[in-house]
Design a protein around this ligand. Structure first.
Ligand SMILES: Cc1cc2nc3c(=O)[nH]c(=O)nc-3n(C[C@H](O)[C@H](O)[C@H](O)COP(=O)(O)OP(=O)(O)OC[C@H]3O[C@@H](n4cnc5c(N)ncnc54)[C@H](O)[C@@H]3O)c2cc1C
Length: 397
């Protein structure tokens, strides 16, 4: 069976590897010129803590050894479902019996005046990071728009690389999707103290100003922040154009069933481009789990992909912050542990006697314990009074 995997991010590469191991003839077409690399480690490249070779997950010899035909810098422009062929942007034809779409997401570029000026960057690919690094050399003044996980990671990395960094965030505290306001305030304070990040929030960006290149960011209240470099980290959008133009069912992502099949059963979709039971993912763990499921489907094994609750940690060294499940749902009871002296804060949310969400700040050693409780849905009544103190105390008789 000839399988064409489109997109050589973590999901596509994992799926190609599993399929080749099961005897399929696999071609892996990736739009990026690089060998498959560890996208989640791009912050280390930006900070100057790692160079490109350290990020490569599959070099040419490994791909060859796996029997994968790797096609770098190959964007698939069209699928002909009737003929069983694909056309690349360069006009080559690729034959397939099955297709796995693993096209991931695109970073959102805010449609602001000045957004196309040189010096405005997205934070998604190795090429983005290499361009930011060049622009930041020599101690630039940088603004990161977006105080979510990626924005903070980019800001901290830029600071390590010597830039003076301001984070402009639309909400009143950073990482609002993962943290409650109290944990967010602790995080902003610690990033200010340890990484010299300046936060401007809540704030709405109105324009990027400059004559031929970036000179300042203008906020809706008229404030101007002088800078030579802007990084937009304001969200991602599933990359679905190819699927849509091929006539597949697409909502926010490419609609798939539990076996990762799209509306055409010969074409599967995995990772951030896929929409499973109304959800699109934005983390690597579910993307890889979908890749495993798709490989099983194509090998004729029966599989039902079941998502686990999301868990996320900020990858900034010296800062321990983690969250999982539902954060501050309106219909849940909250349990809080706060030790300001020790810099430890925990907030847990319970519904129907079960843990549904957790935020840990300052000490994340019990993250696995809380994630298991959220995932397993085990009743916490027997140890509720000790729950916030972590596994060792909660489970002591
Ligand atoms: C800087 C950064 C840090 C991150 N940190 C974390 C983290 O700590 N933890 C975590 O869980 N997640 C993290 N993420 C998110 C994680 O990287 C994604 O969830 C993961 O990469 C999704 O994998 P994917 O294979 O679905 O998509 P992608 O990684 O986006 O890969 C898709 C690939 O397909 C290619 N492509 C698109 N269209 C075509 C086409 N038509 N033809 C050929 N190729 C195409 C794209 O160029 C891309 O290379 C981070 C993301 C970034 C950017």
């Amino acid at each position: 069976m000839r399988v064409l995997v489109i997109g050589a991010g973590p999901a596509g590469t994992r799926c190609a590897e599993r399929l080749a191991g099961r005897g399929a003839r696999v071609a892996l077409a990736g739009a990026e010129p690089a060998l498959p690399y560890d996208r989640i480690a791009l912050g280390r490249l930006l900070a100057g803590d790692a160079e490109v070779p350290a990020l490569i997950t599959h070099d040419a010899a490994r791909l060859r050894g796996l029997g994968i035909r790797y096609l770098p810098a190959t964007r698939v422009a069209a699928l002909d479902r009737a003929a069983g062929t694909a056309r690349t942007a360069r006009g080559e034809a690729l034959d397939w019996d099955r297709v796995v779409l693993a096209t991931g997401s695109d970073a959102v570029r805010l449609p602001l005046p000045g957004a196309a000026l040189p010096g405005v960057f997205l934070y998604r690919s190795m090429a983005d990071v290499q361009a930011i690094r060049r622009a930041a050399a020599g101690g630039a003044r940088a603004v990161v728009i977006g105080g979510g996980l990626l924005g903070l990671e980019a800001a901290a990395a830029l600071s390590v690389a010597g830039a003076r960094v301001t984070v402009v965030h639309a909400l009143g505290w950073p990482m609002e999707r993962q943290l409650d306001p109290a944990a967010g305030a602790l995080l902003a304070r610690q990033l200010g103290a340890t990484r010299r990040l300046r936060f401007v929030m809540p704030a709405v960006t109105e324009a990027i100003e400059g004559d031929g290149r970036v000179e300042a960011l203008r906020l809706a209240d008229g404030t101007r922040i002088a800078c030579s470099l802007v990084v937009m980290a304001v969200g991602i959008r599933p990359s679905v154009a190819l699927a849509r133009e091929s006539g597949l069912e697409v909502k926010r992502g490419i609609v798939v069933d539990d076996a990762m099949r799209s509306s055409d059963p010969r074409i599967l979709a995995i990772g951030e481009c896929a929409e499973h039971r109304g959800q699109v993912c934005g983390l690597v763990a579910p993307a890889l789990a979908m890749a495993e499921a798709a490989a099983m489907t194509l090998a004729g094994e029966s599989v039902a992909y079941a998502p686990r609750p999301d868990a996320a940690a900020l990858k900034v060294s010296g800062i321990a912050v983690w969250s999982a499940g539902e954060v501050a749902p309106a219909d849940a009871e909250a349990v809080t542990l706060s030790d300001e002296e020790a810099g430890v804060y925990r907030r847990l949310w319970l519904r129907g006697g079960r843990l549904v969400g957790a935020v840990l700040y300052g000490d994340t050693a019990d993250a696995g314990f809380y994630l298991d409780l959220i995932t397993g849905g085990r009743p916490v009544a027997p140890f509720r009074a000790r729950l916030a103190f972590g596994a060792a105390h909660a489970e002591a008789a």
